[in-house]
Ligand binder design. Structure first.
Ligand SMILES: CC(C)(COP(=O)(O)OP(=O)(O)OC[C@H]1O[C@@H](n2cnc3c(N)ncnc32)[C@H](O)[C@@H]1OP(=O)(O)O)[C@@H](O)C(=O)NCCC(=O)NCCS
Length: 142
């Protein structure tokens, strides 16, 4: 999937630690430390970014065991570039990857924040509630 504006370039690959931390922050996602990003990003299964005039303005990643379980994380678009279809291009690229590479029966999940659920629903993601609920544990070190 390509953007109609040729200045938006889809790039397959993991964002740099700097771009990753900046994009999470400007898009309102919880901040990640330099240490956490440096430790986690190399374990990415698949990631896509969108570059606009040499600046990374959107990203998304897949993490997991690359066989049984895949989780879509870090879907973020710089607010200055939101509402232009970039989120859709990033998610389409991640979904194309799992459709092509994940084995039969693989479970692809995500936690949808707020209206982002409408974006994921376009690609076939369905709520797991009420049979199941998403649960999370946040590690807090002082
Ligand atoms: C969610 C986010 C990634 C969407 O990116 P975006 O580039 O602005 O989204 P797009 O322009 O590609 O729009 C994607 C689709 O989502 C849907 N959508 C987005 N926001 C919506 C809203 N508030 N209500 C209903 N639908 C919405 C639209 O239907 C749109 O599809 P359409 O243009 O065919 O109608 C972006 O807003 C963002 O970074 N938000 C902050 C961080 C965040 O919440 N990330 C998701 C964590 S789960």
């Amino acid at each position: 999937m390509k953007h109609e504006n040729p200045d938006y370039l889809l790039h397959i690959g993991t964002p740099s630690v700097e771009d990753y931390r900046r994009l999470r922050e400007v898009s309102g996602l919880s901040p990640k430390s330099q240490h956490a990003a440096e430790k986690g990003l190399p374990n990415t299964i698949f990631a896509a970014t969108i570059i606009y005039h040499a600046e990374t303005v959107a990203m998304g990643r897949i993490v997991g065991d690359d066989g049984c379980f895949y989780q879509i994380v870090d879907i973020a678009v710089d607010p200055a570039h939101q509402g232009k279809g970039l989120g859709k291009i990033v998610v389409a690229s991640l979904v194309d990857f799992v459709q092509a590479e994940a084995p039969d029966g693989a479970y692809v999940s995500l936690i949808a924040d707020g209206p982002a659920r409408y974006l994921y629903a376009k690609f076939g993601f369905e709520p797991v509630s009420p049979e199941s609920i998403g649960m999370a544990l946040r590690i807090q070190r002082s």
